[in-house]
Design a protein around this ligand. Structure first.
Ligand code: P6P
Length: 340
């Protein structure tokens, strides 16, 4: 029998309860999150009907700062999140994958004490194939003086200092997975009432898992250590049950599956091409937020050299990094190949 609405906790209620746990809380963070959630609901609605709207499917004739073709839904999502959040009165500056420079607070709008770095629609190359895509966001407290316009340095903070991090996965359902400091909770959008409902309280990543997620098409570009690791987890001689390869090519979808089922995701750097010498994924608004969620759910997140992601000091808005994230025992096994 389904739970009575009074037994369900909404995201709004959850945020209020988290706020009440902090005596010094002013409600600014709760308000910021409510604006972000509103924008996510609008993007979810557009993603759901993209298949019916020729004018929103397909690519634009533009490329973004990453040199990637901007899909119309990318552009739409970027506009929704940046317009909503820069005017909500709780940010001093924003960063977006879709925009080369920092995004200031428009004249006439209140300047707040937080920053958000966001990938408005990650995995966009999959949009036309109707594959799950997502939004990833990272929240910091500003470091520059209150009341002044935010600066790039407000965004360039290491992942361990994030005030919050999360993602929305637009899949068979729309889910928001959120860490507001301690622990990870998942909320599923109930379209019938337009509210995110707490469906996955206290999410924990299984300590080990039988799934590995990597683009094997890049095999020749990998370092010997990464090659040795992948060969080991595929080999029956390795004394370990061979892993199953699952690779969607959409970070949010691959990460979310591993968070629920256990496993490891890797995006190494190219050692033999100039394409991604530092890795493909972006530190500020893809890797650092996912790393916080992974660690808070009991997992691990490192670079291919074994450095903890949350300790990395960002130097550029769109800087890239290698990424190895997943179940604690799986990442520890990977590290035995790197330490050697
Ligand atoms: P590749 C999507 O473009 C993305 O940024 C991530 O969502 C995903 O994990 C990765 O790139 C996929 O990259 O090179 O395997 O297609």
């Amino acid at each position: 029998m389904s739970a009575h609405p009074t037994q369900l906790m909404s995201l709004s209620q959850y945020l209020i309860e988290e706020q009440l746990k902090l005596p010094q809380a002013t409600g600014d963070f709760t308000a910021l999150m409510s604006h972000l959630v509103y924008a996510a609901k609008v993007v979810s609605r557009e993603v759901r009907k993209a298949g019916l709207l020729e004018n929103i499917l397909g690519a634009t004739d533009q490329t973004n700062v990453q040199g990637e073709t901007v899909m119309k839904l990318d552009e739409y999502a970027d506009k929704i999140f940046t317009h909503t959040l820069t005017r909500c009165g709780h940010l001093c500056v924003m960063g977006s994958e879709e925009q080369e420079e920092i995004i200031p607070i428009p004249t006439g709008y209140k300047i707040g004490k937080y920053t958000i770095a966001i990938d408005p629609l990650d995995g966009s190359s999959n949009i036309d194939a109707n594959v799950s895509i997502g939004t990833i966001f990272s929240v910091h407290l500003r470091t520059s003086p209150q009341g002044t316009p935010g600066v790039k340095e407000d965004l360039l903070q290491k992942g361990s200092k994030q005030r919050a991090a999360g993602y929305i996965v637009y899949g068979s359902s729309t889910m928001l997975v959120l860490c507001v400091g301690k622990g990870v909770s998942g909320f599923t959008l109930d379209p019938s009432c337009g509210e995110f409902i707490l469906s996955h309280p206290e999410m924990k990543m299984p300590e080990s898992g039988g799934i590995y997620s990597i683009n094997e098409g890049n095999y020749d570009y990998w370092s010997d250590e990464v090659k040795n690791y992948i060969r080991n987890i595929k080999s029956i001689e390795g004394g370990r049950k061979p892993q199953s390869l699952r690779y969607i090519g959409s970070l949010v979808a691959d990460f979310h599956r591993n968070l629920l089922k256990g496993g490891i995701f890797l995006y190494p750097n190219d050692t033999k091409s100039s394409k991604y010498p530092k890795g493909k994924l972006r530190l500020l608004y893809e890797v650092a937020p996912m790393a916080l969620i992974a660690e808070q759910a009991g997992g691990m997140a490192v670079t291919v050299e074994g450095k903890r992601i949350l300790d990395l000091e960002p130097e550029e808005l769109h800087e890239r990094t290698t990424f190895v994230v997943g179940s604690k025992k799986e990442v520890e096994h990977f590290l035995t190949f790197i330490k050697k």
